[in-house]
Design a protein around this ligand. Structure first.
Ligand SMILES: Nc1ncnc2c1ncn2[C@@H]1O[C@H](COP(=O)(O)OP(=O)(O)O)[C@@H](O)[C@H]1O
Ligand SMILES: [Mg+2]
Length: 291
């Protein structure tokens, strides 16, 4: 079996003293921008690196998943995953290589012509199918950071967990996809290392449609992009694709997004997203019926 040997080396490696200095939480030197993230964690954009601060549990999950993702990327050549430069998951931080020449899939789709956009969507689907086909890393499966087990769910596999248009980047200069943010989406409740593959499909589909008020990069023809993505995924991972699972997953995710206690400001923002979110559901229903 082709387990990623790199995992085991990296899991035990400690940050070098140099990189450890570079991300000392007390010193913000070299930091260009600090972004607050959902749940109170933060992200520092530095000249050449990005430092993500989170709870130790979330950092441990993201660390393990990034390692497995990098092994898949190396093996398949279908995408790139930023390298981990240094980490201290117990302290809740990971420092990643910063890929500065890549832009989000959202911006890419909003700015290139339809034909090129369709080609990129097919590549995104092939990358995801390869992720879902990847074998379970026994080290990760045994890790206490992994709170779900494969044994209970034979249909589950390695998932990205938040496979949306802002976590898929595209570099025009290198013509490559870059997949970031291997933490789980905060609204998923559970930290998915392994999970139902339709989660990733549903998140991508909803994110293609979701339009937040005053958002700059609107994806034209999201239904066309969705069809390119889903058809290509079906071709590559036929056995994994169940149209009804997808339909259910989309409606489950939408109800999660729009339920729960939130601030008034968040509620107002969410209500404004409502029509676009439900057009995602309608588009999936139509796609499934036409299959
Ligand atoms: N390695 C990276 N290279 C370039 N940009 C990055 C990198 N990591 C994060 N970013 C930028 O920071 C944003 C937030 O990072 P992300 O890991 O997605 O955290 P969050 O969990 O807050 O979504 C991304 O959408 C991207 O624009
Ligand atoms: Mg993200």
């Amino acid at each position: 079996m082709n387990w990623p040997t790199v995992t085991h080396d990296l899991v035990h490696c400690e940050p070098t003293s140099q990189s450890s200095r570079a991300v000392s939480p007390m010193s913000a030197s070299g930091t260009n921008l600090i972004l607050s993230r959902v749940g109170g964690s933060r992200l520092e954009l530095r000249d050449h690196t990005v430092v993500k601060h989170d709870s130790s549990a979330n950092a441990a999950i993201e660390f393990l998943k990034t390692l497995q993702a990098r092994a898949i990327a190396d093996r398949t050549g279908l995408f790139r995953v930023p390298a981990i430069i240094a980490h201290d998951t117990a302290a809740g931080w990971i420092e990643f290589e910063r890929i500065s020449d890549a832009t989000s899939l959202q911006r890419t789709l909003a700015t290139i012509d339809k034909r090129k956009a369709a080609v990129i969507m097919r590549r995104v689907a092939r990358a995801l199918a390869a992720i879902h086909r990847s074998q379970t890393d026994p080290y990760i499966a045994r890790s206490p950071a992994n709170d779900n087990t494969l044994a209970d769910h034979p249909a589950w596999n390695f998932v990205h967990g938040d496979f949306c248009v802002t976590n898929v980047l595209y570099s025009t200069a290198h013509d490559e996809l870059v997949l970031i943010d291997w933490s789980s989406a905060p609204w998923l409740e559970k930290t998915y290392v392994y999970g139902p593959p339709h989660i990733d499909l549903a998140v991508m589909v909803i994110s293609l449609f979701l339009r937040r008020p005053f958002e700059a990069d609107r994806i034209p023809a999201p239904a066309v992009m969705m069809r390119e993505f889903l058809r290509s995924y079906c071709n590559d991972a036929e056995s994994k694709f169940d149209p009804n699972e997808l339909r259910q997953c989309v409606s489950w995710l939408l109800s999660r997004i729009f339920s729960g206690s939130r601030s008034t400001e968040n509620r107002v923002r969410l209500i404004a997203c409502y029509p676009s979110a439900w057009s995602a559901q309608r588009a999936v229903d139509k796609f499934v019926t036409e299959l």
